[in-house]
Write a new protein. Structure first.
Length: 320
């Protein structure tokens, strides 16, 4: 007998596949080498995850490798070809680093999980009702928690301002030529959410789901915590190096915003049949709203503590 998910050999009494970890209890399996692509269990559709745990893990490692190490190589390459006497040298270096980095990440990560993305796209028309409903729930939840945390920060503990990540984005969107602003907007609104949804929902969530001992609620929480802490990691590392202990405390508090966002997006993803479009749509809309606020409501930014996923490359502004 063979597992309908990964086609590896299984025993008749197995409830979980020893190779991929998927629950096979009650699923009719074939005794030949043909893998099943779609099945019914008690008249409930079962969607087969086309990605093995090892592929998820390699995709996650590729993401962090590009983000923390690949970006350095890209900048060294650009430094060698961009004229340092150009008055816009720093802007050109920054924007081209991010363009190339995100292009590489979208191509590499998209290729590695292409089968899963293709499956989600094929199921999109069927899932559209759930996707729209849970996207709306996610957006409402994000801004409800955002205002609650804003009140907690400012009125209860007296914490003012934004995370270093947020402040970096505000500077980049306000203090650059129009063309560079447009490029940053495309990265923040379109490319950034796509890369993060591939990594944090499709890969990290998918990888954790292969562990038969983990319930969905724990997978949602763990993936949300990872999402949150990664968004303040570079600022915390910098603060540790400079022994700025108050900054570390502030960044950990600001991470609550990102953790809440990560948990909500993971919940939306789970409830909408683990279709990546369900979490990508509110992620994109949230970032679009944040960008519009920065452009058109800058005078009231201190009164509105928006949550933004901050997809700019984290070490670019700290290493060099």
């Amino acid at each position: 007998m063979r597992c309908p998910y990964c086609d590896s050999k299984i025993n008749e009494n197995d409830t979980y596949c020893p190779n991929c970890g998927n629950n096979i209890d009650g699923i009719q399996v074939k005794e030949n080498n043909e893998s099943l692509t779609k099945q019914k269990v008690e008249e409930k559709e079962v969607r087969i995850d086309p990605i093995k745990p090892s592929k998820y893990l390699f995709t996650i490692l590729a993401y962090f490798g590009i983000m923390y190490f690949g970006v350095i190589l890209i900048q060294f390459f650009l430094i060698s070809i961009i004229n340092k006497e150009n008055p816009n040298y720093e802007n050109l270096l920054s924007v081209w680093t991010q363009i190339i980095t995100y292009a590489v990440m979208v191509i590499v990560l998209g290729f590695m999980v292409f089968k899963a993305l293709k499956q989600d796209t094929l199921y999109f028309p069927k899932d559209i009702g759930k996707i729209m409903l849970w996207s709306l729930i996610g957006l409402v939840g994000i801004y409800t928690i955002s205002f609650a945390l804003s009140f907690f920060y400012q009125k209860i503990i007296g914490l003012q301002g934004d995370s270093q990540n947020q402040e970096t984005i505000v500077v980049m969107l306000k203090n650059n030529p129009l063309v560079i602003k447009i490029i940053y907007c495309v990265i923040i609104v379109v490319a950034g959410p796509l890369v993060e949804e591939i990594v944090y929902r499709k890969c990290i969530f998918g990888f954790l789901s292969k562990n038969k001992k983990l319930k969905s609620i724990w997978i949602i929480i763990i993936s949300g915590l990872i999402f949150g802490f990664i968004h303040v990691a570079s600022a915390i590392i910098q603060a540790v190096a400079l022994k700025e202990w108050s900054t570390i405390r502030n960044e950990l508090l600001f991470s609550l915003d990102y953790i809440a966002m990560g948990v909500l997006f993971a919940l939306v993803y789970e409830k909408a049949n683990r279709n990546i479009y369900a979490s990508y749509i509110p992620h994109l809309i949230n970032n679009l709203i944040s960008v519009l606020i920065i452009f058109f409501w800058n005078s009231k930014l201190n009164k509105l503590k928006e949550i933004s996923s901050m997809e700019l490359i984290f070490f670019i502004n700290y290493i060099f």
